[in-house]
Ligand binder design. Structure first.
Ligand SMILES: Nc1ncnc2c1ncn2[C@@H]1O[C@H](COP(=O)(O)OP(=O)(O)OP(=O)(O)O)[C@@H](O)[C@H]1O
Length: 315
């Protein structure tokens, strides 16, 4: 768990770049720090692992104030992923992944086994890539190794600063999908900095939207879209509103407007987003959704009609 209580940061010149930020992220949740350039996202993240210290306020990681811990001890429990992967160029993939387990004195077999598990989960063929150097990998592969390194010692907390920012859109979308499906995340508290709105909606349990160092709203993606706290929040999502609405809305939210059939072999469930359903109806015309209390078959029109009716109910 990570908790920020009224955290502020001013640099030497006296300019306050983070102002009274408060939020809590629990185990199994992802908080996305989203905002315009210079809004204080990275500074907020760096205060959590003490790369910089707050000017005022408190930060707790798993119930302990970060300022009462030695930075090195604190950071051993925190996986950190950066945009440019931060891999050591003269270490092989295996050596890069092993850094924190080595520092924690794991025995060789445990390190080898853990590395093999992570390579498989992150779709890196061990026989091909284990003993090569970072410059011999593509950007996407390097980012996967960076992620494996951050996860290696199974830290309870993961901080990620624009982790997919340097990748092309196609690679970015596929790594993002793999990341979201990692079973490792269920037991971790994760904070991701991004300025990519779609990424925030795909990954965030919650989004903390910042502007000029001030939190404008913290909430689920759907809350920010459908109940914006102010004009800034409303305007921030305007350009991509329909796409974001489909990503933020789960099928279960619109199920009362979907039919009831006895069809079997459902491919989707209520937790899938309307966007995921749209991707499938575009490809297959008709898809089946298993809800807790019923099964529905939908096509694109039925889906979009149900979304429209849900939105009409909000007016
Ligand atoms: N070490 C520093 N000394 C002085 N000012 C700093 C320092 N680090 C950051 N800042 C300033 O703090 C403000 C917030 O920067 P920060 O990197 O946290 O924003 P950000 O939202 O992550 O932006 P971006 O998306 O562009 O990375 C900026 O105006 C930046 O110039």
């Amino acid at each position: 768990m990570i908790q920020l209580d009224n955290v502020s940061k001013s640099f030497g010149s006296g300019k306050t770049v983070v102002s009274n930020v408060s939020f809590t992220v629990n185990e199994g949740e992802i908080m996305v720090l989203l905002g315009t350039s210079g809004s204080g996202k990275t500074t907020t993240l760096r205060m959590i692992n003490r790369l910089t210290d707050p000017s005022s306020g408190s930060i707790y990681v798993n119930g302990t104030s970060v300022t009462t811990q030695q930075p090195e001890t604190l950071r051993r429990g925190i996986g950190y992923v950066l945009q440019n992967n931060g891999l050591f160029p003269h270490y092989t993939v295996a050596e890069n992944i092993a850094i924190v387990p080595e520092l924690s004195n794991w025995d060789k077999k445990r390190i080898t086994d853990r590395t093999a598990v992570l390579m498989e989960k992150l779709h890196l063929a061990a026989d091909e890539y284990l003993h090569v150097y970072p410059h011999q990998l593509s950007g996407g592969q390097q980012q996967r190794v960076g992620l494996a390194r951050a996860l290696a010692a199974d830290p309870p907390v993961l901080l990620m600063d624009e982790p997919f920012g340097a990748l092309d859109p196609v690679t970015r979308a596929s790594i993002r999908k793999e990341f979201r499906n990692l079973d490792e995340l269920r037991s971790k508290t994760v904070i991701i900095v991004t300025h990519d709105v779609q990424e925030a909606f795909e990954l965030g349990t919650y989004i903390c939207l910042m502007d000029k160092g001030i939190v404008q709203q913290v909430g689920t993606p759907a809350e920010l879209l459908f109940s914006p706290a102010n004009d800034f929040v409303h305007a921030f999502f305007e350009e991509q509103r329909l796409l974001l609405e489909l990503k933020a809305l789960k099928l279960t939210t619109i199920r009362q407007w979907l039919n009831n059939t006895t069809h079997e072999n459902a491919t989707l469930n209520g937790n899938n987003s309307c966007w995921e359903a749209l991707e499938q109806t575009t490809e297959h015309d008709i898809v089946t959704v298993q809800f807790e209390d019923k099964i529905s078959t939908i096509n694109t029109n039925a889906l979009m009609d149900a979304v429209k009716q849900y939105k009409h109910g909000l007016l």
